[in-house]
Write a protein that binds this ligand. Sequence first.
Ligand code: ACO
Length: 405
Amino acid sequence: VVDIRKLYAQTGMFTLDPGFMSTAACSSSITYIDGDKGELLYRGYPIDQLAVKCDFLETSYLILNGELPNAKQKAEFNDLVTRHTMVNEQLQFFLRGFRRDAHPMAVLTGLVGALSAFYHDSLDITQPKHREISAIRLVAKMPTLVAMAYKYSIGQPYVYPKNDLSYTGNFLRMMFATPCEEYVVNPVIERALDRIFILHADHEQNASTSTVRLCGSSGTNPFAAIAAGVACLWGPAHGGANEAALQMLEDLLAAGGVDKLGEFVAKVKDKNSGVRLMGFGHRVYKNYDPRAKLMQETCREVLEALGLQDDPLFKLAMALEKIALEDDYFVQRKLYPNVDFYSGIVQRAIGIPTQLFTAIFALARTVGWIAQWDEMISDPDYKIGRPRQLFTGSPSRDVPDLDKR
Ligand code: ACO
């Protein structure tokens, strides 16, 4: 590993690495990925074990604190998060300023940024207590904000959090209950969504997390930094891929389903078409994304529990995966399904509208963002992120008079 700071000090050299293909921007002890093996660890624990043995709040505790909670710590953490699920009543007036047909990620970017206008008492980032309470507030309030954005988009009244429900059960109720009809939480759906949250909780220095770190490195408050992360996540090459993957599968189904897969794959392989197989490929994984495997299992479980085992989209996705994994184009480039390939199918079965998929991702990733931000701020040697550039413009020249231009 080259210490770039030393290299620069000694030689005046710096590296040009567009897209950070081979440059680490920080050191971190939170999440480890071995892209060749297809391994993902949060604080040393494999994702497949966490997804089966823990719930999202236990996983959040682990990501934030470095160790899994014992029973007492778990109960206290659940209680702490639950006590912060409400948002300031004024926020609904801010929300009302948006068009009802605005994309939920546009709304969420605004709402999360607006939190810094409401929680002045936790903005001093030099105080560990402030950082801690901001982290709890963000984790606790994200489900409320996402559900509020959804309710607003369909013209229904907001549903307030109910503190005797689990984190995920509460979110489902805030999404789907109405003043006329209570929502009974289905444990299979609750567990599946909770697992989706676990799988998305952190993923080391991806684009949105790096955005949070860079934004936070100026010393801005955590709500502003997380809002920047939400904005970055929205893009189709990142969190927006789950929405795009489901859209791709739906379009394929409408165009003829399995019979059209060969034609579609040929189009993906044609670089001039501009078409990518959404939900496939990853900057780090050059093997099967372990989250995609768990997502595929969760998809099967949810569809079976809901009596939808013959779901044509799931069948189509499986057939498409099989064709791609046997095709030289994908084999040579080590392109495998990523977490987004199956997540849209599960979320659709749960009843979550497609437009909200990326907001669900943001909800889950908030804990990773805030843990990474806190890790950076807690480092006494952290510096403002300030990339250099390789200048390709004009050399110095004199400004001509107006009549000579
Ligand atoms: N479909 C078709 N070809 C692909 C795909 C794909 N999904 N992904 C990569 N390739 C090809 C590229 O065309 C390139 O081919 P070449 O070497 O012949 O030029 C090669 O594989 C390498 O691809 P890059 O774009 O250089 O890889 P990079 O690491 O920059 O991109 C990314 C990774 C953005 C995830 C890419 O694979 C992609 O666009 N996938 C589809 C979108 C997606 O699913 N995003 C979600 C990622 S996971 C997440 O954010 C949670």
